[in-house]
Design a protein around this ligand. Structure first.
Ligand SMILES: [Zn+2]
Length: 123
């Protein structure tokens, strides 16, 4: 297992499904806002619009955000960072370098290699 696979991901700052949601009326009708909490101290850190395309939120409150290096010191990655670092490492392991966007397209279109599978599956 690589260092990337072992790396922890940052926690999602949203509450468990449906808890604390607040309806708001907008141009398109009623939308739900879900509370977001500081990943460090747990205090309320705002709201986010509920959306299927919003797969991850990491938030810090103002006080914790001012604490320098709080994310760097944790050594944790967002799920997207972890996924893209894994893809980068796979390119270096197999090709000895990062591929261009065109080369990656070719791999995805015509290949069933672990790199193509990794890119296609998403995080
Ligand atoms: Zn905080």
């Amino acid at each position: 297992m690589s260092d990337i696979e072992r790396a922890d991901t940052l926690p999602d700052s949203r509450a468990k499904a449906g808890r604390g949601q607040v309806p708001i009326r907008g141009i398109d009708g009623v939308q739900m806002l879900e509370p977001v909490y500081c990943a460090n101290c747990g205090c309320r850190a705002g709201f986010a619009t509920e959306s299927e395309s919003l797969t991850f939120i990491f938030a810090l409150c103002d006080d914790c955000g001012r604490t320098a290096g709080i994310i760097d010191e944790s050594g944790k990655l967002t799920p997207d960072e972890k996924h893209w670092r894994h893809i980068k490492q796979e390119q270096i392991d197999v090709y000895g370098r990062e591929l261009s966007a065109e080369e990656l397209r070719t791999v995805v279109d015509s290949d069933t290699s672990p790199l193509a599978t990794l890119i296609k599956k998403g995080r």
